[in-house]
Design a protein around this ligand. Structure first.
Ligand code: AMP
Ligand code: MN
Ligand code: MN
Ligand code: MN
Length: 278
């Protein structure tokens, strides 16, 4: 069984449309596939219409920005009811924070001599959702940096010109939004937060305490050691295991949908516990 439960479209910072992403998953013989855009479920209608004509089974998903100890982390909601009011109110809140942040980023970039950053960035987005990735693309296009890695480091983090702190809601609240919508909450890419292993483990303890359901054990960029460790932690902290490529369709990302390594422990696979599925 081929499963990929973390993917983006241009409704957040992916390149492709939901229809194109779903088609790629189907062509890759994915059995189960989730579209999980940042802080929005708006791409899911189109994804569903496409999936209904194909053999891939679409899971409704979302990747929500949240705070743990004042650090931004990502929580994936899987098998959610997109019409749930509590979830949608939460997503609207995050979308508003993003709008305010985009204006502050543009102001910071203006102070660094980059004019019309908001307008130029908005022109690169197919929707009104602006992520830091859109600002990064704009800065590369303007010739300020040559690649994503350097643009994030030089402009979009910490005390850099476009580094803006966002106060997302804490993990308990975000897990609550996902549960209100009948979904399961998965802590995404545990090794991407620049935390020590001790800190990751503390985060997992707190995530379990607020009734988080799962941990992303396999991603496209996981090393063997990371998979082994996160599989152990899933067991230790009684979290279900998830897998997702975090596909964005960026040309240089070299990630293909549906080509993940298997979960080490399939008995613990999160898709065996999806509540909304018939
Ligand atoms: P945002 O949620 O708008 O703050 O944007 C975060 C997104 O930017 C992540 O989901 C990644 O897709 C991307 N991102 C963050 N840091 C980096 C980086 N150092 N290099 C490339 N992409 C990054
Ligand atoms: Mn992203
Ligand atoms: Mn993420
Ligand atoms: Mn993602």
């Amino acid at each position: 069984m081929k499963v990929d439960l973390h993917n983006h479209s241009y409704y957040s910072d992916g390149i492709l449309s939901p229809a194109e992403v779903v088609r790629l998953a189907d062509e890759a013989d994915c059995d189960l596939f989730a579209l999980t855009d940042h802080d929005t479920t708006d791409g899911l209608d189109e994804a569903r219409q496409t999936a209904d004509k194909l053999s891939v089974d679409l899971v409704s998903g979302v990747e929500i920005s949240a705070f743990w100890r004042n650090m931004t982390i990502h929580i994936i909601g899987l098998d959610i009811d997109v019409n749930n009011d509590i979830l949608q109110a939460g997503l609207v809140h995050n979308q508003q924070l993003r709008k305010e942040r985009a204006e502050k980023i543009a102001l910071g970039l203006w102070r660094a001599g980059i004019k019309d950053a908001l307008e130029k960035t908005q022109a690169l987005s197919k929707t009104d959702m602006l992520t830091r990735t859109h600002f990064a693309q704009m800065l590369i296009q303007e010739g300020q940096c040559k690649d994503m890695k350097s643009v994030f480091r030089r402009y979009l983090t910490g005390k850099k010109p476009g580094g803006v702190r966002v106060e997302w809601k804490n993990i308990d609240e975000v897990v609550g939004w996902i549960h209100a919508a009948g979904g399961l909450a998965v802590l995404a890419h545990p090794f991407r937060y620049k935390m020590t292993q001790t800190k990751i483990k503390n985060m997992l303890i707190d995530f379990k305490e607020v009734l988080g359901d799962g941990l992303e054990v396999v991603t496209a960029t996981s090393t063997d050691e990371e998979i082994t460790l996160s599989n152990q932690w899933a067991k230790e902290y009684e979290l279900l295991s998830s897998c997702g490529s975090d596909y964005h369709g960026w040309p240089n990302q070299r990630i293909q949908i549906g080509s993940l390594r298997d979960l080490p422990n399939l008995d613990n696979a999160i898709w065996r516990y999806f509540p909304c599925r018939t």
